[in-house]
Ligand binder design. Structure first.
Ligand SMILES: Cc1cc2nc3c(=O)[nH]c(=O)nc-3n(C[C@H](O)[C@H](O)[C@H](O)COP(=O)(O)OP(=O)(O)OC[C@H]3O[C@@H](n4cnc5c(N)ncnc54)[C@H](O)[C@@H]3O)c2cc1C
Length: 417
């Protein structure tokens, strides 16, 4: 497969762009693989890519029940940041951010990573204190953070309603290196990169069962027949509990719906990612001009990839109180994704009690930003049959031992994380 470059663009232009090779193959599944990854979202694809690239595991397949990137990877609001407080999270997400910074070069594919800055607003003195604490902790972990005063926020983002009677803005915490990436490009770039290294990407192949031989995995039953596997990695986000149940595991995960929204295209208005501090709302503007935003979960357990009208009203009301100038903007689309919400709001990446079965899930709202980091540590975990130090704290057995990583402090209440 040829490299993408300005020269190849020019060469293909001469033939009317009619002879580009497909970005990846469409292979038939083989009878047996060393590693089978279930789930062709960003995490599954990144895991396969790093398994082949860094650990020399070549007989790898990614099995996807639909199309690559059609799950939460293709449904999210694409915010990338590493502004975490707790030890188990901060170094892991920072590693992921560092991988984002080189991902387009590494994949020879433009994932449109845009470090436009992520600003968390504060609406009270207490919230300013909380942001100061988080910012200090980030800086101690070597992560960039700046506490902005109210006037600095005004200069940074003049369109905000700083004097809102109910939610006046006191200041904010900025992570300048945070930003957004193009979600489809991330899935496609990783897919192309994995395929180039010999990974079989098999779409329209649903895993319907996990076959065990004694205490270890033997392979997966699929809609395209049985596929043998030495090791199996689950990266199926909202379907994590379902897949784990096929291997006899019950997980501390609930599945909830989260919606995202896009407005009609506007001229440049929101240059950064901004989050509201007095409710749950986050917004950025896409390169096409649409405002991309979201809020809270719909509030009930579901596997349906669609949301409900009352949540739209709720999210839009918060948006307008933060940015009154968007009140007459028309909403273009909204959709839902199935979130794998854990009891402490942090992900699970590691081994399981079943030999040869590895788990990557529980991403709650925040797995897109973790895509490269998640694949990087999950590939290490699968290759070495043990976690990397960066994901050691994100183990499944932390719930048994009471070492939860509760970033938001909501306790065992998955819908609140
Ligand atoms: C509305 C919304 C907004 C979000 N916003 C953000 C954000 O701004 N920033 C952020 O960091 N995160 C965000 N997230 C979370 C983020 O999108 C996810 O955590 C992340 O994309 C998960 O990636 P994944 O590869 O694990 O899952 P997915 O992309 O969902 O991939 C899992 C794949 O597994 C497949 N699968 C499931 N069951 C089977 C089976 N039995 N056999 C074969 N394949 C199967 C699915 O079809 C799917 O393609 C958001 C999510 C949503 C829904």
């Amino acid at each position: 497969m040829s490299r993408y470059s300005a020269f190849s663009l020019l060469r293909h232009a001469l033939t009317g762009h009619r002879d580009w090779a497909p970005a990846w193959r469409d292979p038939e599944p083989q009878a047996h693989y060393d590693v089978v990854i279930v789930g062709g979202g960003g995490h599954g694809l990144a895991t396969a890519f790093y398994l082949a690239k860094l650990h020399g595991v070549r007989r790898v397949a990614v099995l996807e029940k639909g199309w690559l990137g059609g799950g939460n990877t293709g449904r999210n609001t694409t915010i990338v940041r590493s502004n975490y407080l707790l030890d188990g999270n901060a170094p892991f997400y920072e590693k992921s951010l560092q991988l984002w910074e080189q991902l387009s070069q590494e994949l020879n594919y433009n994932v449109m990573f845009s470090q436009r800055g992520v600003l968390n607003l504060a609406h009270s003195d207490t919230q300013m204190d909380t942001h100061a604490r988080r910012g200090n902790s980030m800086r101690l972990n070597g992560i960039d953070a700046e506490l902005l005063t109210r006037e600095q926020v005004r200069a940074f983002c003049p369109e905000l309603d700083l004097d809102n009677a109910r939610f006046p803005i006191h200041g904010g915490l900025l992570q300048p290196r945070g930003g957004t990436a193009r979600h489809d490009a991330v899935a496609w770039g990783l897919a192309r990169g994995a395929d180039r290294l010999g990974v079989d990407l098999i779409q329209n192949c649903e895993v319907t069962g996990i076959r065990r031989q004694g205490d270890r995995v033997a392979g997966v039953e699929t809609t395209r027949g049985f596929i043998g596997a030495g090791k199996i990695g689950l990266a199926v986000a909202g379907n994590t509990s379902r897949l784990a149940a096929m291997a006899g595991l019950t997980l501390p995960i609930e599945s909830h719906v989260l919606q995202a929204f896009v407005s009609e295209g506007l001229k440049p208005l929101v240059d950064h990612v901004v989050t509201f501090g007095a409710g749950h709302f986050y917004i950025s503007q896409s390169d096409k001009g649409g405002l991309v935003f979201g809020g809270d979960l719909d509030g009930y357990n579901s596997y349906a990839q669609k949301g409900n009208l009352p949540t739209i009203e709720d999210v839009v009301a918060i948006g307008v109180s933060m940015l009154p100038c968007i009140s007459r903007t028309r909403l273009l689309r909204h959709w839902g994704g199935v979130m794998d919400m854990t009891m402490d709001g942090s992900p699970i990446i590691g081994t399981t009690p079943v030999k040869g079965l590895y788990l990557n899930g529980g991403w709650c709202y925040g797995g897109f930003k973790a895509t490269p980091g998640s694949g990087w540590v999950f590939a290490h975990t699968i290759a070495h049959d043990a976690p990397h130090p960066l994901n050691a704290a994100l183990s499944l057995d932390r719930f048994r031992h009471g070492r939860t990583i509760d970033e938001s402090g909501h306790g065992p209440q998955p819908n609140l994380h």
